[in-house]
Design a protein around this ligand. Sequence first.
Ligand SMILES: Nc1ncnc2c1ncn2[C@@H]1O[C@H](COP(=O)(O)OP(=O)(O)OP(=O)(O)O)[C@@H](O)[C@H]1O
Length: 444
Amino acid sequence: MNNNALPASLLLVDDDTALAELLAMRLESHGYHVTVAENGNQALSILKQTAIDLVITDFKMANMDGFALNQEIKKFYTGLPVIMMTAHGSIPDAVDAMHQGFVSFLTKPIDSQLMLDVIEKTLKGKVKQQVGAEPNNFHGLLYQSEIMHQLVQQIKALANSKVNILIQGQSGSGKEVAAKAIHLASEQANGPFIAINCGAMPGHLLESELFGHTKGAFTGAVSDKQGLVQAANGGTLFLDEIGDMPLDLQVKLLRVLQEKKVRPVGSQLEQDVNIRVVSASHKDIVQAVKDNQFREDLYYRLNVVSITLPSLKERLDDIPLLATRFLHKLTNDDKQFNPQSITRLLSYDWPGNVRQLHNIVEHCIAISAGKIITEDVVAKALPDSNETHNAFIGLNEAKRQFEYDYIQKVLALSGGNVSEAAKLAQRNRSDFYKLMKKHEINND
Ligand SMILES: Nc1ncnc2c1ncn2[C@@H]1O[C@H](COP(=O)(O)OP(=O)(O)OP(=O)(O)O)[C@@H](O)[C@H]1O
């Protein structure tokens, strides 16, 4: 449900009125205000008179089909999200369909939970119109969402300033890709971009990796070795997982940043360096400072400006683009996601962010035999999603759900008066009570 005081207003368009009424009942029981239209023309005249937050339309309708209705809506109500309901496999190309400007697709028979998820996410503005939006690629950072658009504007403004930047964001959200983009957009783009993961090796190794060593500085130092700080001279040093850097190395790094000088392990001589440092962490560095795990002075040096990569969950509109790009990058076959499979990707939570999406696309390629990657394939590739979103429910369950919703609806219509409700349902009072009991509906 949306968080506004007023219930969100949905327009449901389907010439199958029985199905439309059933879906409307389901949606109303979840607090939405639903208006039903039997065809495209009726939908357009309702739109003229009523403030609608979201349209859900059937694809196959006489006179004006879902595509045509969507085109009309796009002409007059820019930004009004439209979700399309389709029979299984009736739209061949997801990307083409996405470009028609639908935010999502729901496959008939409609999975109620999936429908509610998609509606909620769309209303929260997490999935926006794809229409006319050109996919953007900022030095390898692919995006389409508004939130990423703003981030890229921020990066463009910062890139040339040479200030040190701290990138925060969940694991797999693209911090390294963003760091590289900062480098490539800067005046030092022709200089080196050197990346190191500070959490990936023990402290003494990290020290020599970063600052270099002289021959004989420690057992195993058989020759002089240049450090990554020196290698990044004239360019950008990307320190990933900076929160994992041991405290003694933090002192040394601080000195490099303050004095612009570095001294290799075992050497008496200092070397001048001119680098920009971009660092990243998925840890809360402010908390690490409070816990005395991270030096406050270093934090301020690194965090002259900070940017935050949004989680993939916060930018669902990037999913169709990223999934399609990954698919084309990973396979030479002309495989495609169908619209339903994209909708399934949109309904997942993505704790592992873009990296996880990349892995899931790889998994889908591995397990899909045909050219089209279907919803079932995606469901199999997504962890733990098999049970939660079963699009096909049995007839008995469908009847049970219908009866439950029907009883709720007539009780609501009768203001809770069971005799009235029984009359509306053309049942006698005791039959109606039995039905209420069967469905554990309490009319208190
Ligand atoms: N916007 C994007 N466009 C294209 N590819 C992306 C994007 N964001 C992330 N990726 C891809 O997702 C994967 C993870 O990205 P990256 O390594 O930058 O994440 P991270 O936030 O640095 O992760 P970690 O915190 O684990 O180091 C990589 O394969 C990267 O290429």
